[in-house]
Design a protein around this ligand. Structure first.
Ligand code: ADP
Length: 190
């Protein structure tokens, strides 16, 4: 499979699947698969802080000091600058750890997507790029995450017409393929 492989879009083109590095997406907001400390980590989190520079960490520290002294809870989301990245903003959300999420882990993962899109709507943002939250270090299987995330995105888009495009950015082509096979977007809107 080559980089130029195209993947299907969903919900009348409002959801686009692509391969790539999320730090390079020129959208209103890229979503960060953060951890509760908001102070950086591995995977997408590390890549976003490296690409965006220190302005992101500075705003995260300020959010911790003022609004979330105990850390951002799982499923929560907050908005910062995107620093030097082509995107305008970062929406940081904390996914569930698959092994320790208990029976609520699907609901927590759905909340990440719904709350991130709510923040986008409140801030008047029309284009949002997501990585596959929780499917890296946090161990959520891509097939299960595909079903949960697609349902949550569909619910959010149906009630928020101001969001024009949700871009789902996958680092690995096989992850994009598994997502496409296991997503549950309604077919009549494709
Ligand atoms: P989590 O801790 O929520 O599991 P990770 O950052 O470890 O988050 O991984 C989430 C997903 O993002 C994984 O599928 C991983 O392959 C993918 N990923 C890692 N780096 C990037 C990147 N720069 N752009 C897009 N996706 C990425």
């Amino acid at each position: 499979m080559s980089e130029s492989t195209t993947f299907p879009s969903f919900l009348d083109g409002r959801v686009v699947v692509k391969m790539g590095d999320i730090t390079q997406e020129a959208v209103d907001a890229v979503v960060n698969a953060a951890n509760g400390t908001l102070l950086g980590g591995g995977g997408v989190d590390g890549a976003i802080h490296r690409a965006g520079g220190p302005a992101i960490l500075e705003e995260c520290r300020n959010i911790r000091a003022t609004r979330y002294p105990d850390g951002l809870p799982t499923g929560g989301a907050v908005l910062t600058t995107a620093g030097r990245m082509p995107a305008r903003h970062v929406i940081h959300t904390v996914g569930p750890v698959y092994g320790s999420g208990g029976p609520d882990k699907a609901e927590m993962l759905a909340q990440c997507y719904r709350n991130s899109l709510s923040i986008a709507v409140e801030a008047g943002l029309a284009t949002v790029a997501f990585p596959a939250i929780s499917t890296g270090i946090y161990g959520y299987p891509m097939d299960e995450a595909a079903a949960v995330s697609s349902q949550a995105i569909q619910d959010a888009l149906r009630s928020n017409p101001s969001v024009e495009e949700v871009r789902l950015v996958f680092f690995l082509p096989q992850d994009a393929e598994v997502f496409v096979r296991h997503q549950v977007f309604d077919a009549e809107d494709n």
